[in-house]
Design a protein around this ligand. Structure first.
Ligand code: PHE
Length: 344
């Protein structure tokens, strides 16, 4: 074999042995096998080779080329395998590692209370009616016996919207809707949970947005006794069998008589503690017999029909139930706030 060919082959093979990366391999290819590489260069010398030696020379170059190509292919495959196993190694998954928590969602305690109260009243045969957040003066005030100049309006500072509508200050607005929609049909036995809004300055016990659950019963011979029995049952189911309630005289324009309802303290069993401020009783809701004026305005003859109504403050009940110290927590969107309630 021509010494130039031998030299090229020997050098090529030696260099290929040293190749350790794809970049080096590409460089090798460029130097030896590419169009302008050493092998092509040898072929180019053919012209200057005497005719009788041309065949042998050509054969020798081709042999050198195929040997280098073979070795090049082997090296290429080896490098690819190496790269793949390095990649697999790097991306190895440790199946024995404990998994990360899936972050199961929790319900806001506020929602839990609404569900619980709703269940209690569904069991007593009540229906659930949904009200609306945006109300008219008529439903939020007028039909509830709160005319324009009534002092009770000051108790419920209102968010007014363009066009004279307002954000309801109380779920009691649902009472008027239901009575007018039923057009005198009885019995009415409904609760209506929902959001309410007042222009309060937010502090630990006040929030400009909060929630209430309204209750309304209208039928023949509905008495204060029925109201008391109903709320007693509710208090026992909500706060425990041993609970008692007491009614204190109060005032709401849409009920007559009106009462505020206290439940015996479930933290100290009525002995007096910080939760009930030493009194043994905790206020949980406002209620009363539906004012005859309201019945009349809403299409029910007060000489034939009577009814009772009540309004439960959802956050207040949730705060008592779960020992939450600040009403603003309900609306702060702090995920940590939700977790302790999950198991309950
Ligand atoms: N709407 C009253 C309030 O927000 C509560 C209430 C409802 C009182 C129904 C009596 C009857 O304070």
């Amino acid at each position: 074999m021509d010494t130039a060919i031998e030299k090229t082959l020997a050098e090529g093979l030696a260099q290929l042995k040293e190749v350790k990366t794809q970049v080096e391999l590409d460089r090798f290819y460029a130097v030896y096998l590419a169009k302008k590489g050493a092998i092509a260069g040898l072929m180019g010398q053919m012209r200057s080779i005497p005719n009788e030696e041309k065949a042998a020379f050509g054969k020798a170059v081709n042999e050198a080329k195929s040997q280098l190509t073979n070795e090049y292919e082997n090296k290429k495959q080896a490098l690819e395998e190496e790269a793949l196993s390095a990649k697999l190694q790097a991306e190895q998954i440790d199946l024995s590692l404990p998994g990360r928590g899936a972050g199961v969602g929790h319900q806001n305690p506020f929602r839990l209370i609404i569900d619980e109260v709703t269940d209690i009243f569904l069991d007593m045969g009540y229906e659930v009616v949904s009200g609306r957040d945006v109300e008219t003066d008529l439903y939020n005030f007028e039909l509830l016996n709160v005319p324009a100049d009534h002092p009770a309006r000051d108790m419920q500072d209102t968010f007014y919207l363009k066009g004279g509508k307002l954000l309801r200050t109380q779920t009691s607005a649902a009472q008027a809707h239901v009575m007018l929609e039923r057009k005198g049909l009885t019995p009415i036995k409904m609760i209506s949970p929902g959001k309410t809004y007042r222009r309060d300055d937010d502090d630990m016990t006040h929030s400009h947005q909060f929630a209430q659950i309204e209750g309304l019963v209208v039928d023949k011979n509905i008495s204060l006794g029925n109201l008391k029995a109903t709320l007693e049952l509710f208090a026992k189911k909500m706060f425990g069998e041993k609970r008692e309630i007491r009614l204190r005289s109060s005032y709401f324009p849409f009920t007559e008589p009106s009462v505020e309802v206290d439940v015996s303290c479930f933290a100290c069993q009525g002995k007096g503690c910080s939760m009930c401020k030493g009194s043994g009783w905790i206020e949980i809701l406002g209620a009363g017999m539906v004012n005859p004026k309201v019945l009349k305005m809403c299409g029910y003859d007060p000489d034939v029909w009577s009814g009772f109504a009540f309004g439960v403050g959802v956050e207040r009940v949730a705060m008592l139930r779960y020992g939450i110290d600040d009403i603003r927590r309900f609306y702060a969107d702090d995920f940590r706030f939700l977790s302790p309630f999950y198991a309950k």
